[in-house]
Design a protein around this ligand. Structure first.
Ligand code: PLP
Length: 357
């Protein structure tokens, strides 16, 4: 008898579906929180020259000192903290989860939130518990604190701001959760530049806090670079578990070049924040559409018939994110803030769809 995956691959893996990435060819792509802007010509040329001269025959430097030094300066990383780099912050979620996955240990998150926290908990054989947000997607701090007491989680993930809801939980409530948690708390600040809020300066206050970020939502989704910042005692452990050469030569090089011109990214983020406010205002004028408050580069909105709206938008070549069958997000669509032209296309396509054209 030859062995197939049944009975060999773990049941909980077989029960999962792979993360689905829909085709987006020729569409206005507003489903994945990418930055719609390109880099200035001079910077692109500089990157081209650097890539042309890169030592592609050599393994990358596993400690990436130049890139870390640049990150430290640009992101104002506290001196006494260390940095671990990942192939996207996705990889860091995996690494951190693996580090704490003792038999019986639990991962706790608010829900709905970024789905990868729960996926990696399952991959690593951990217990996963989600604490529901209130119906308006605000944090139920009392319920979260009770869940901490009940589950005693080894690991808490909080996205700050949260994805897919877009809101930023109150700083005081998050601080209270960190202080109450018996294990590690990872604050995922993937959208910090759109929120203007961060716990980085407060790392010294909380020995169990790690702040994780990514360059993906800032305009560099294609190079896959995430980083986590915390006390050296934590970072040392994560460093053992990540792939030694997890951040490739080209990623290190391009990230350094772009971070050297961080004002470009900041300017783009400023435009996106302004675009977000305009888009929210336009969405509010559509019948039955209720945008939720956002501190990120996307907007979650309740729409009258999400399945029909999604289908109508797709037919008009606008790709957003829907959540079919989800108990809380089912009636909603998540829309990335694009360029003003893209936002306008989104609004007019949605208006047409709602009018039943
Ligand atoms: C997009 C996103 C990530 C993933 O970032 P990568 O660095 O591209 O892997 C992590 N956390 C949250 C909350 C996100 O929305």
């Amino acid at each position: 008898m030859s062995a197939g995956p049944e009975g060999i691959v773990r049941d909980e893996i077989r029960a999962l579906s792979a993360y689905h990435v829909p085709a987006a060819d020729g569409m206005v792509k507003l489903d994945a929180m990418e930055n719609p802007y390109t880099l200035p010509e001079t910077l692109r040329r500089e990157i081209g020259d650097a890539v042309a001269n890169a030592a592609l025959n050599r393994y990358p430097d596993p400690s990436a000192p130049a890139l870390k030094a640049r990150l430290r300066r640009v992101m104002e990383i506290p001196e006494r903290c260390d940095i671990v780099l990942g192939n996207g912050s996705d990889e860091l979620i995996q690494v951190i989860t693996q580090c704490v996955a003792r038999p019986g240990a639990a991962v706790l998150t608010p829900t709905p939130t970024f789905v990868m926290y729960g996926m990696y908990a399952v991959f690593c054989g951990m217990r996963y518990a989600g604490v529901p947000l209130k119906t308006d997607f605000s944090l139920d701090a009392g319920r979260f604190l009770a869940a901490i007491a009940e589950h005693k989680p080894a690991l808490v993930f909080i996205a700050y701001p949260n994805n897919p809801t877009g809101n930023l939980f109150p700083e005081d409530a998050v601080a209270e959760i960190i202080a109450a948690a018996p294990g590690l708390v990872v604050l995922d600040e993937a959208y910090h530049l759109f929120a203007g809020k961060t716990f980085l300066p407060r790392l010294a206050e909380f020995p169990n806090l790690v702040v994780m970020r990514t360059l993906s939502k800032l305009g560099l989704a294609g190079i896959r670079l995430g980083y986590a910042v915390g006390r050296p005692e934590w970072i040392r452990e994560f460093d053992k578990v990540r792939g030694v050469y997890n951040v490739n030569v080209l990623t290190q090089l391009v990230a350094e070049k772009v971070l050297a011109r961080y004002e470009v990214i900041e300017e783009q983020a400023k435009n996106i924040r302004a675009g977000r406010e305009r888009l929210a205002g336009r969405l509010r004028t559509l019948p039955g559409v209720i945008p939720y408050p956002s501190d990120a580069n996307f907007i979650l909105a309740r729409v009258p018939d999400a399945a029909r709206a999604f289908e109508g938008l797709t037919r008009r070549r606008v790709l957003v994110k829907n959540f079919p069958g989800h108990p809380m997000l089912g009636p909603c669509l998540r829309m990335t803030v694009g360029t003003p032209e893209e936002n306008e296309k989104l609004v007019s396509a949605l208006a047409e769809t709602l009018a039943g054209h």
